[in-house]
Write a protein that binds this ligand. Structure first.
Ligand SMILES: *Cc1c(COP(=O)(O)O)cnc(C)c1O
Length: 355
């Protein structure tokens, strides 16, 4: 039976990425060797790293003066690395979910943290909009897509201080005006590559402004100077990321992806709103295009497990909501075809008819 992969992360990747990576694991660049057993300093792999950085810049239209890094450690290491490198006295954070909270916790180790607004008291079911960013903050940190709760900031906001964004789960889902940010980062395992590589887009001239000493590996300057090759980069995930970037380019680029993502999300949200059994969990204007969260309507609460089992038997994979929210979450990343969304909708309709 065909499986429809709605996992939140690690998550669905294009067949193009998986097939090309599998092939390179058998024989990389005609070397007669596996991608897993060659030097990261070989000219063949250096070409992969260079091309991945160049395509990343091309697809996102990244202006001059920015570097793209591919490091280990996950987005979670960035929660500490950002304040380590950028926080002198005070930073501002928007608390929109579990990942934002983790970022705030780390920043507090390095200085004063001003949480300008939070939606925690209503289980993060909306994006706060009424807040003031302190002009004396070293930077303002946002999480553009809240993977667990299903809310998203889909505009590039104006900030009076340098803007930093965790885009782990919505990078490449829409065009971004990178010039509005000084740093964008994320774990690649949501919309780009298998787990193991973290991407960072960083404006070169924001560094060198903090007084503290920074350990070599945690200093962005180290990795900018060495083109992400100071130490051994995650070779296989970087190769896979390059395949996804090629796939994006071959499929019309990010503007085309956004169109498809809007269409996929519309199909599923329309069904959630129409179907008497289900209800969405977040404010409509803040609904994520990438992680679509819903629960059983109050009077049908006891059907939750039955629907989950029904959908699973029909090939739906990974639709269980995060344990902190419950219900269901369908992640509709770039690589998820519209047919999978339509298959889920058909299952929801079939289940409704049975009730
Ligand atoms: C998954 C996720 C993270 C954590 O990423 P790791 O690479 O596992 O550290 C951080 N932020 C957001 C928004 C995420 O979705």
């Amino acid at each position: 039976m065909k499986k429809h992969n709605f996992y939140a992360g690690p998550s669905i990747l294009p067949d193009f990425t998986i097939e090309n990576t599998a092939e390179a694991i058998r024989d990389f660049a005609g070397m007669g060797l596996s991608l897993m057993e060659i030097s990261h300093r070989s000219k063949e792999f250096v070409a992969v790293m260079d091309e991945a950085q160049a395509l990343f810049k091309e697809l996102l239209n990244i202006p001059e003066g920015y570097s793209v890094l591919f490091l280990g450690g996950g987005a979670s290491t960035q929660f500490a690395m950002i304040p380590y490198n950028l926080l002198n006295k005070k930073a501002a954070y928007l608390n929109t979910g579990a990942w934002a909270k983790k970022a705030i916790k780390e920043a507090k180790l390095f200085g004063e943290v001003d949480v300008v607004a939070s939606s925690e008291e209503t289980t993060f079911n909306y994006i706060p909009k009424d807040y003031t960013i302190p002009e004396d903050a070293d930077y303002f940190h946002i999480t553009t897509n809240n993977t667990i709760y299903g809310t998203e900031i889909r505009e590039d906001i104006d900030s009076p201080v340098p803007l930093v964004a965790d885009m782990s789960s919505d990078i490449f889902s829409r065009p971004v005006d990178v010039s509005k940010y000084v740093l964008i980062y994320g774990g690649a395992q949501k919309n780009l590559a298998p787990a193991g590589v973290t991407f960072i887009i960083i404006k070169d001239d924001i560094l060198g402004k903090v007084d503290r000493a920074i350990p070599t590996m945690l200093n962005y300057q180290t990795h900018i100077d060495k083109g992400s090759m100071f130490n051994t980069p995650p070779v296989v995930p970087v190769y896979a990321a390059l395949q996804t970037l090629k796939w994006l380019k071959n499929n019309g680029g990010i503007a085309e992806m956004e169109k498809k993502n809007i269409e996929k999300a519309r199909i599923l949200y329309d069904e959630i709103d129409r179907n008497k059994l289900f209800v969405g969990t977040v404010a409509k204007e803040d609904r994520s295009l990438m992680n679509i969260c819903f629960v059983m309507n109050e009077e049908y609460k006891e059907l939750e497990k039955e629907f989950f089992d029904f959908a699973t038997a029909k090939g739906m994979v990974g639709i269980k909501g995060h344990r902190s929210v419950g219900g269901f979450r369908a992640s509709t990343y770039n690589a998820l075809p519209k047919e999978s969304v339509e298959a889920l909708v058909a299952v929801m309709q079939e289940f409704e008819k049975m009730k």
